[in-house]
Write a protein that binds this ligand. Structure first.
Ligand SMILES: Cc1ncc(COP(=O)(O)O)c(C=O)c1O
Length: 312
């Protein structure tokens, strides 16, 4: 089910919507909802890993915290608490009885009410979960610098995960695919490297990890934070958060993306320049392996990042 393929998703039996679990067929909205017209929604992407009778959900609370932060930026009051949404997610995963890895998508958007642009319509909330495999090719991908740029932080709030913002990533992603690449890399408003269409980016230079800082035009990724923590604490690597120039991408020793969907994906070519020796880099490989151990709850120190749900 890697990106770019036309693979069909298997829809789940149930969806959580505005406080109830409903059948997939019933999880509908009206054509007049504000979020549809103006992109006034916030969302999250969370992964669950199926592990012999348990679903291990990674950093569930942290994702919902970001959802509430995004909503606040949009003047949006989500009519549930973080605890309500955590419980709703657990109920939803249980009732769907998933037996494979899953992707969970909470979404909150302005619903029905006024049609005016400034309308603060009531907020609808849904949680969708579906079986989901690899998002990008795990053995390495080819990327291109997109002609679409990240906007400056004073044009849209990049820190928030807003539905409307994803038009940009949709365009960048389609453009990359049209030109035969697996994924796009977007530059920021000043021409420095920002991120992928759904991932943060890291390069490795002289055994040091380098990634754009969060004050730059990027989403503050939870996987990014996980990888920085693991690189420093478990691998003893130096991590530098600083701006990256485009040509540094072409000449780095290793490069990889991080993201909930993408996990840790090696980048092996950028705009026709082979990265390293064109295979998964040594440090990237270590991070991939460690990340896998952590998301499955195998490393005690990071167990508090996991919500385990028994699946009957
Ligand atoms: C634009 C963008 N950047 C980065 C990320 C990675 O964030 P996270 O690791 O929290 O999934 C995502 C995915 O959510 C994204 O859509």
């Amino acid at each position: 089910m890697a990106k770019g393929s036309e693979a069909q998703y298997t829809w789940p039996k149930y969806v959580w919507m505005n406080g109830s679990i409903v059948r997939w067929e019933e999880a509908k909205v009206h054509v007049f909802v504000h979020g549809l017209h103006y992109g006034t929604g916030v969302f999250e992407g969370i992964r669950g890993y199926y592990d012999g009778g348990y679903m291990r959900i990674f950093r569930l609370d942290d994702h919902f915290k970001r959802l509430f932060r995004s909503a606040k930026i949009l003047h949006m009051d989500i009519p549930y608490t973080l605890e309500d949404l955590v419980k709703a997610t657990i109920d939803l995963v249980k009732i769907n009885q998933f037996k494979n890895d899953i992707y969970i998508r909470p979404i909150a958007f302005r619903g029905l009410g006024s049609f005016g642009l400034r309308a603060k319509n009531p907020v609808d909330v849904a949680i969708i979960a579906l079986e989901f495999g690899k998002y990008l090719k795990p053995d390495g991908i080819k990327c291109t610098i997109s002609s679409w740029r990240k906007p400056s932080p004073d044009s849209v709030p990049i820190y928030a995960k807003l539905t409307g913002m994803y038009v940009l990533y949709h365009l960048a992603s389609i453009e990359a695919a049209l030109h035969g690449y697996d994924e796009a890399i977007l530059l920021d408003s000043e021409g420095y490297v920002a991120e992928g269409s759904g991932e943060n980016i890291f390069i490795v230079k002289n055994e040091t990890l380098i990634t754009p800082p969060v004050y730059d035009d990027i989403l503050e990724g939870i996987t990014r934070n996980t990888v920085i923590t693991l690189a420093k604490e478990e691998l003893g690597l130096q991590v530098v958060e600083r701006r990256i120039r485009r040509e540094e991408l072409y000449t780095c020793d290793e490069a990889f993306f991080t993201g909930t969907a993408a996990e840790v994906t090696p980048i092996i070519e950028i705009d026709g320049r082979v990265i390293g020796d064109g295979r998964i880099g040594r440090i990237t490989r270590k991070i991939i392996d460690l990340y896998r151990q952590v998301v499955l709850g195998r490393i005690k120190k990071y167990e508090n990042w996991i919500t385990s749900i028994a699946i009957e």
